[in-house]
Design a protein around this ligand. Structure first.
Ligand SMILES: NC(=O)c1ccc[n+]([C@@H]2O[C@H](COP(=O)([O-])OP(=O)(O)OC[C@H]3O[C@@H](n4cnc5c(N)ncnc54)[C@H](OP(=O)(O)O)[C@@H]3O)[C@@H](O)[C@H]2O)c1
Length: 265
């Protein structure tokens, strides 16, 4: 189906209670896509479900789960694998950062980022691939970050988790070629959501021109997924930065990012 624009009957979106995930749900519901929405906060999910069902006459199912918890994760994986009401778009969007130098992080800060950003995303991607490949169709949209394209002193674990997401996506795009299933990896930059406050990364000095809205990021991501593209960097400044990284030696990148993160953090 590559080359045609895709639409979906039913999407499962993780991290749907806020930010980019909530924006994706609003955009998908407006196109008539039924939704399974996943996050920990059941109340916020229920409010979103009511809003979307009323506005767009779509079916929205709330699946409250902690993706950092094995039982919650397996519940979501099982829903992706269910054949009765098949999910034809899986969006692995849930994620978070804990800002700070590595020496200042707790063991839980390190493990929880790996659990949610890496292990859960990999597990749910596996569930999606196993369900979709035999059907010969489906789309996977995984949310990485421009932070995954370079080392990230000050957010070292977060950047490493997002590098995993980008690498996994690139490999799977090649493996899935010709199966009818596509995987798209989104690389957003600074996006106005709850992410910065939750991460403890103030980002108060980031110039206004570098910020995007969650709606704009969601729109770019969904368009790239419809087009079957393997990777998308949202926003012109982020695309310029990503292109420049290809020419700048890794050591120079690391020192520059260290300096910038101290200035804007
Ligand atoms: N905002 C940015 O500047 C930016 C830049 C690059 C990449 N990103 C990436 O974009 C994605 C979305 O982030 P956002 O900016 O929209 O942040 P956000 O507003 O903080 O939303 C994060 C979402 O993830 C969910 N979540 C977090 N931990 C979870 C867990 N253990 N189990 C289930 N759900 C969990 C949260 O819901 P609950 O709290 O209800 O569980 C929330 O719905 C993340 O992967 C992030 O790394 C963001």
């Amino acid at each position: 189906m590559t080359g045609e624009s895709r639409t979906w009957e039913r999407a499962l979106v993780t991290g749907a209670s806020a930010g980019i995930g909530a924006s994706m749900c609003r955009a998908l519901a407006a196109e008539g896509t039924d939704l399974v929405i996943v996050a920990r906060d059941r109340v916020r999910l229920s409010e979103l479900a009511d809003e979307l069902a009323a506005a767009h006459a779509v079916k929205v199912t709330v699946l409250a789960a902690d993706l950092g918890d094995g039982l919650g994760l397996e519940e979501v994986a099982a829903r992706i694998g269910e054949a009765g009401e098949p999910v034809d778009l899986v969006v692995n969007n849930a994620g978070f950062a804990v800002a700070g130098d590595y020496a200042d992080l707790t063991a839980d800060d390190v493990q929880s980022q790996i659990d949610v950003n890496v292990a859960a995303l990999a597990r749910l991607t596996l569930a999606a691939v196993r369900a979709m490949v035999p059907r010969g169709s489906g789309s996977i949209l995984n949310v990485s970050s421009v932070a995954g394209l370079a080392p990230g002193p000050g957010t070292a674990v977060y950047s490493a988790t997002k590098a995993f997401v980008s690498s996994l996506g690139q490999s799977l795009a090649a493996e899935l070629h010709g199966t009818g299933v596509t995987i798209t990896t989104l690389h957003p930059g600074f996006t106005r959501t709850e992410f910065q406050e939750r991460s403890g990364y103030a980002a108060s000095h980031v110039p206004a021109m570098l910020w995007q809205s969650a709606d704009d990021v969601a729109a770019a991501a969904l368009q790239a997924t419809k087009d079957g593209r393997s990777s998308v960097v949202s926003g012109l400044p982020n695309r310029v930065a990503a292109a420049l990284l290809g020419f700048v030696p890794r050591g120079v990148q690391t020192r520059a990012i260290r300096t910038v993160s101290r200035l804007i953090g």
